[in-house]
Structure formats: C-alpha cells, structure tokens
Design a binder for this molecule. Structure first.
Ligand SMILES: Cc1ncc(C[n+]2csc(CCOP(=O)(O)OP(=O)(O)O)c2C)c(N)n1
Length: 322
C-alpha cells in the first residue's frame, strides 16, 4: 500500500534505509561480541524489527522523546544515538553513554531525547505519560513515543498509562512492536484480542495495526499519530506486526521449541531491509555505498570502544540516585 503513496524525498529515504542497515549491522556485531564474551551483561537484539524503529523515529523531531525496552538498540540508533558511545556502553567502558552503568539493556541518551531503555517489562509506559504531561505544560508541541512488546501490552501499566494519557489528552504515542512472542509465549496464547490496536477503543484513542516489516507504512501511520499528538488531541496506539529473527536472548534457541523454521523463513522473505530496498528505491550502487559507509562507521565505533578505558573503581557510586 505504501508503494502507491507519494514517496518522501530521495535523501530522506536513503537515510531511512541506511539507518536500518546501521541497526542490523550494529546488532549483528554486538551479538558476535557477546558470544565471544566481549559484551558484558545480557543482550536482546531486534534484528527483523528495523522497519518499526526507523519508520517510527523518522517522524520525530530532535526534541521529541522516546522510551524503549530491553530490546532497544534499534530505537536508540534510529533516534540519533551515536554508535561509538553506544558500543562503548556495551563493552563496559568509561566512555559509554551511561559510563558502563547501563549496558545493553539500560542505555539512555537524554541529549538525543532518549529517556532510557527500561528492562522491567511495561515500566516505561507510566514514565512516558509523565514526560507527556511535562510536554503538555511546556506547550512546545513535543511528543513522547514509548516502545513496548506484545507481552508488555498485557501488563497493568499499559492500561493505566493509556487511560491517563487519554483523559489528560497527552502527546504520547504507544508503539507496540508485536513480534509475536513474549520470551517463548506466543501472542495468541496470552492476549485477548487478535489485534492489540483494538485495545485503544477502551481508552477512546485511535488504534491502528500496521505492517512492521514495511518502513514506509510505519512512517505513514506515525505521521498521523504524531500530528494528532502535537495538536493536543491526545494519545494513539500503533501496533506494528513484526518478527524477531533471533531468540529472545542468548539462552533461547533460534527456532524453537515455540516456533518452526518454516515460520521463520516466511517472515525472513519479508525482511524489512529487502522491502525497504524496493519501496524506497535503493539502487545496487546505493546499496554498495551504504554498506561500505556502515562498515566504516562500525569499525570506527568498535575501535573507539576497544581503546576506551575501563571505568575507575572509585566512580562506582557516581551518577546513582537512591
Ligand atoms: C515485569 C517483568 N516481568 C518479566 C520480565 C522478564 N522478561 C524480560 S523480557 C520478557 C518478554 C517481554 O516480551 P515483550 O513485551 O513481547 O517484548 P519482546 O521481548 O518480544 O521485545 C520477559 C517476560 C521482566 N523483565 N519484567
């Protein structure tokens, strides 16, 4: 459907494609480093879900806010977080975004409007409502986008947050990445509705389901939700149907026992990068140029992270609040 709509300018579309590739290659690299023991702590990759993060964040201003989850590398990169400091955070270095106190699952970059990755499932939604309330009072038209999974949509915090955002008409967009699994639990097993977006009706807000493998379709749906939020008309619920190619985390095997290789292959045929190449009009020469630029950027980011010092032991209590 998005193929029939007027395209964005070529430069913007090329940037969207490159951002998706940056996310894919950053996460592939980070996962390899994790398996070798170089990335400390846990890691959850969003490979397969790049159409969601880039489609959503490509509609935002620098001064808009995002909040993400344990699976948040893609949202961070799409919102503008730099790769060197992000890689350094994963490697537990002093130059990391959170001085090595966050790691993969708790990255934050407030300078880019990134109010944190939050690993307690559902915990970021009440925070997004608080940020939305601040934006409402400030009156500068800023919006807050909170990313969460299908599993989080069954948490009480989702319902409470949607309700409060709706009665106060706050500029909050609830962006559910329905990748069909919460750990090993298939969405249909644990969720009362076929489309999570249907739940918006209970909070008198627009709810829309979109193909999360199609970056342009996500972008288009988000343009409407963002516009509504900026105009003071309140929250929206966007559900992007997508798929994670990797297991939930390292301990989880890729295919099962909760899914089959056949299903995995069906989704891989709709890979968001392949779809983007087609609908954004990325030529072979442009693909090659993007790939080279991304490899160079990653190489530099990794070199920066590796050369950075470990945090000093006497800094352990700095930046902590209790
Ligand atoms: C409140 C809470 N319950 C359980 C967990 C353990 N846990 C971590 S991720 C996860 C699955 C979350 O699934 P979903 O919200 O669909 O996000 P996805 O992992 O698919 O991106 C669970 C159960 C947690 N971190 N927090």
């Amino acid at each position: 459907m998005s193929e029939e709509k007027a395209p964005l300018g070529d430069e913007r579309m090329q940037t969207m494609y490159r951002d998706m590739l940056r996310i894919r290659r950053f996460e592939e690299t980070a996962f390899e480093l994790f398996e070798k023991g170089e990335v400390v702590g846990g890691i959850h990759v969003s490979i397969g879900q790049e159409g969601c993060s880039v489609g959503a964040c490509s509609t935002l201003r620098d001064d808009d806010a995002i909040l993400t989850t344990h699976r948040g590398h893609g949202h961070s990169i799409a919102k503008g977080t730099r790769l060197p400091e992000m890689m350094a955070e994963l490697l537990g270095k002093a130059t990391g975004l959170c001085h090595a106190k966050g790691g993969s699952m708790h990255i934050a970059d407030v300078s880019k409007g990134h109010y944190g990755a939050h690993s307690i499932v559902g915990s970021n939604m009440p925070m997004a409502v608080g940020i939305g309330l601040a934006f409402h009072f400030e009156g500068k038209g800023q919006v807050a986008v909170v990313f969460f999974g299908d599993g989080a949509a069954n948490e009480g915090s989702f319902h409470e947050s949607m309700n409060l955002a709706s009665i106060w008409k706050l500029p909050v967009i609830f962006f559910c990445e329905n990748n069909h699994f919460a750990s090993s639990t298939r969405v249909q097993y644990a969720t009362s509705v076929a489309d999570i977006s249907a739940r918006a009706a209970a909070y008198d807000a627009p709810g829309v389901t979109v193909d999360g493998m199609d970056v342009l379709a996500v972008h288009e749906v988000m343009v409407e939700a963002v516009d509504r939020a900026r105009r003071g008309l309140g929250p929206s619920l966007v559900e992007a149907k997508t798929y994670r190619y990797f297991g939930h985390s390292r301990k989880d095997p890729q295919f099962g026992p909760y899914r089959t290789e056949e299903e995995w292959n069906e989704w891989k045929a709709k890979d968001p990068l392949l779809v983007a190449e087609r609908i954004l009009g990325v030529s072979e020469a442009q693909k090659k140029a993007h790939a080279e630029a991304v490899e160079n950027e990653l190489r530099d980011a990794l070199a920066f992270a590796r050369q950075s010092p470990e945090p000093a032991p006497d800094e352990v209590y700095e930046d902590l609040y209790a």
